[in-house]
Design a protein around this ligand. Structure first.
Ligand SMILES: C[S@@+](CC[C@H](N)C(=O)[O-])C[C@H]1O[C@@H](n2cnc3c(N)ncnc32)[C@H](O)[C@@H]1O
Length: 412
């Protein structure tokens, strides 16, 4: 007799309950009003037709729109990140919120948290995203969200001032509208790219500049419109190995780097180890290496297609020290059952010096900075002259702002 397996798909109600349990168990949801929002808002209504309930309620991104090159231009962000950002915004019933980058689902979560006495304005630059968001919000019962088509770089002054501005698109800068439209005591939550590394920052005004009280590694689709500021990509092996540069001061000889990759490689190990689950260590060491006053890039590889040639610590965001014709990147090799060991692998004429420097920097981070939990991140107006504090400081100059990453975060 033929056997058949009956697969029961979860109902949306069950799937929402499962998602809330997962986000709570993982620590992303701690506030009851945020749990209630995730338990209430029907995420599947905002997903493209044909998305299964399992996919719609997985703790993952749902792609909703792609550009002509196939790259994602809009998505429903991952629930863990939405929960993190909403909690970071410290919303109350009655709060006023501006969301930059729309889609509808996150705006509905926000509307649920701030309640009928609150205000949610959501701005997107893509008219199709705006139309889809309006339709889905109406269907889900959140027609009170105002969805505006425009460049989020300008915010939406007519709806302000806001208790929170939540930016859900990767930005390399903080345009003035976002801070100007904040109410006193308001919070700006934004994924800011600094030397290629994007961190979701919880920013509050203080003393004429913005100070980050929290920072979390994250990824978003890049900003379009006036704030468009793509990174430079240097293909080392076509698209299989790409060096990403996010600092106009860093110049490389692309042909020389490609030639270096054909030559011998040098690998060194550091004495520094980390548990693979120690996400904070990886986030901090990336920013520490990016903060050094020297040419810096990020290596991005297709692990399968570069196996045997390149084996970086992180396949998307691997810190890389550079000269014009050589490079060395961070590695991670298994040390024992539970720990992994940082190291460096280098190519090109300066491989010896670069790998040695990388090992010294990793060791210095372990000895002096690791316990400090990362840099102080502050955002100043462009052109601000900062007094020398004697501490290591990476300055990221952009059109509107100057971001400073200072190590250690407070003077010892
Ligand atoms: C990750 S999606 C937003 C996700 C959404 N908040 C959700 O519900 O999960 C990023 C959005 O930002 C939009 N975007 C890109 N540049 C923009 C800009 N300058 N102003 C407003 N929206 C922009 C894109 O069209 C895209 O829809």
């Amino acid at each position: 007799m033929p056997t058949s397996e009956v697969v029961h798909e979860l109902t949306p109600d069950d799937a929402r309950g499962r998602l809330v349990d997962l986000l709570t168990a993982r620590g992303w949801i701690t506030q009851p009003q945020v749990a209630a929002a995730f338990a209430t808002v029907p995420r599947h209504v905002f997903a493209p037709k044909g998305t299964s309930v399992d996919e719609a309620y997985a703790d993952d991104v749902v792609v909703t729109r792609r550009g002509p090159d196939g790259k994602t231009t809009s998505s429903i962000s991952a629930p863990w990140l939405q929960a993190y950002m909403i909690e970071a915004a410290r919303l109350q019933p009655g709060s006023r919120v501006l969301e930059v980058g729309s889609g509808g689902y996150n705006a509905a979560l926000l509307a649920q948290v701030v309640g009928p006495s609150g205000t949610v304005v959501s701005v997107d630059i893509d008219p199709q995203v705006v139309a889809n968001a309006r339709t889905a919000l109406e269907e889900a019962g959140y027609g009170r969200v105002l969805v505006v088509c425009g460049d989020g770089e300008d915010g939406y002054a007519a709806g302000g001032p806001y208790d929170a501005v939540i930016v859900t698109v990767e930005t390399s800068d903080i345009p003035p509208a976002w801070t100007q439209q904040l109410a006193p005591g308001g919070v700006l939550v934004a994924p800011l790219r600094m030397r290629g590394h994007t961190r979701c920052l919880t920013l509050q005004p203080g003393d004429g500049h913005l100070v980050a009280s929290a920072s979390l590694q994250c990824g978003f689709v890049p900003m379009q419109g006036h704030g468009r500021d793509p990174v430079r990509r240097v293909p080392l092996r076509g698209d299989d190995a790409v060096l990403v540069l996010d600092d106009s001061r860093t110049q490389v000889d692309a042909d020389a780097l490609r030639t270096a990759l054909d030559g011998p490689r040098l690998e060194l190990r550091s004495p520094v180890t980390a548990a693979i689950s120690d996400g904070e260590a990886f986030e901090a060491i990336h920013l520490w290496l990016a903060s050094q006053p020297r040419p810096y890039g990020i290596l991005k590889v297709d692990r399968e297609r570069t196996a045997g040639l390149l084996d970086p610590q992180d396949r998307f965001f691997c810190p890389t020290l550079l000269t014009s014709d050589s490079f060395a990147y961070l590695t991670l090799r298994q040390h024992d059952e539970t720990t992994w060991q940082f190291g460096a692998q280098g190519f090109g004429p300066a491989a010896g010096a670069l790998t040695g420097d990388l090992i010294d920097l990793v060791t210095a981070w372990d000895q002096h900075e690791r316990a400090g939990g990362g840099p102080q991140i502050s955002v100043y107006s462009a052109g601000t002259r900062l007094p020398d504090t004697g501490r290591l400081r990476l300055l990221v100059p952009r059109r509107h702002t100057l971001t400073a990453l200072t190590w250690p975060r407070s003077s010892r």
